[in-house]
Design a protein around this ligand. Structure first.
Ligand SMILES: [Cu+2]
Length: 107
């Protein structure tokens, strides 16, 4: 089963928190429309990129961080197999404190 998780739709908004079910594979759209790069990091899980700007990619290695280019839209997939509350955020402290952070709860 695939579910979309959609983060950081507009500039300056606080990241929305999500709840996922253990064992479910989630498709996750990462998008931030501005001029900066964002090194996005997820605790507790690894994920795989499968498209950048709607272009499918060859099989990619497992990651816990991805570099989001300016105006880029990236699709990743991960299996929610580690129950707890996990932080997902931009490593750049100014961006994180401005709202680029969210909790993904796996139950
Ligand atoms: Cu950032």
């Amino acid at each position: 089963m695939l579910k979309d998780l959609y983060q950081f739709r507009s500039r300056g908004t606080v990241g929305k928190n999500y709840t996922g079910k253990k064992g479910v594979t989630y498709k996750w759209l990462v998008k931030k429309k501005n001029i900066w790069e964002h090194p996005m990091h997820l605790h507790g899980h690894h994920f795989r990129l499968f498209s950048r700007n709607s272009r499918p990619l060859d099989p990619q290695p497992w990651l816990d961080t991805l570099l989001l280019a300016p105006d880029e839209v990236v699709k990743v997939m991960f299996v929610a197999d580690n129950p707890s509350d996990w932080l997902y955020y931009c490593y750049i402290l100014e961006h994180h404190s401005a709202g680029m952070g969210a909790i993904i709860r796996v139950v």
